[in-house]
Ligand binder design. Sequence first.
Ligand code: AMP
Ligand code: FES
Ligand code: ZN
Length: 303
Amino acid sequence: MKCRRCGEVAQVALPSHHTGFCPTCFLDFFRAQVARAIRRHRMFGPDERVLVAVSGGKDSLALLHVLGELGYQVEAVHIDLGIPDSSAPVRAFVEEFCRARGQVLHVVETAKDGLAIPDVKRAVRRPICSVCGKIKRHWFNRFAFEHGFAAMATGHNLDDEAARLFANTLRWDGAYLGGQGPTLPGEGLFVRKVKPLCRLTEFETAAYCFFSGITHWHAPCPYSGGASFTSHKRLLADLEHTSPGTKTAFYENFLKNGRPAFAATAKSGYGELQACAECGFPSSGEVCGVCRVRRMTAGAGQA
Ligand code: AMP
Ligand code: FES
Ligand code: ZN
């Protein structure tokens, strides 16, 4: 196969785009897809400061790198979850990645907020991954707000977005279907949330890392049970295999046709929230979910 743009030998086949690229043209294609997502979904402009959540995995490292290449004002934040034998080496890896590139990196240690994940795991009865996700989202937003960032970017890609949409659709969850998308506008204490890799698959992100010389952290979280590929992702991968382009069409047509149809049922969210009595951030009750988890964790520690 030849590269669609320059006619050299193609090294990446992209069946969903009915094409293939050589490494140089693939990198151009990748950057163009990110730039288009940022423009089309009004994520941020060149004068705005963007905080990128960097886990050390391929998606967030690719995101940090590509936004730098596109000339945006980015700073990185890493959440150190305090998991023995796991968090320290990932953090050191992210610190070295940023140091080598002269990239500003902030680190938030959840242990300093009374939320070391092993302690939380002992204290709560719910699956730790969902509680941990809540704590991370709280800190992404809180850090971005307290440091005056215009937007908060995560490395979610097309596979993540399509799988989430699939799950919401299976439940016909109107509240989420009306609100899901690559840009969640900011309001009050909520900073705008954006997903600039929403047009790119996991495979494309991995190829971008490979051709850009980015090595990333591979080890899964010890609490995840190694299940990084959900059943929904597997189903979508099968559909994509037999009918290339399915994932993109499912997601992009949802944004165009599906989401507006659910506008009336969208979670109005922000309006009905009050300030958490402990941290001051928006909450549906007197004390927010994260502060309740902190209380439970402290209680379990004393027991
Ligand atoms: P995940 O839910 O693990 O697939 O992660 C989704 C996105 O959240 C990643 O692409 C990162 O942008 C962000 N993220 C996850 N874990 C962390 C972390 N420990 N520190 C900073 N960002 C993270
Ligand atoms: Fe949060 Fe594993 S429990 S990353
Ligand atoms: Zn709170």
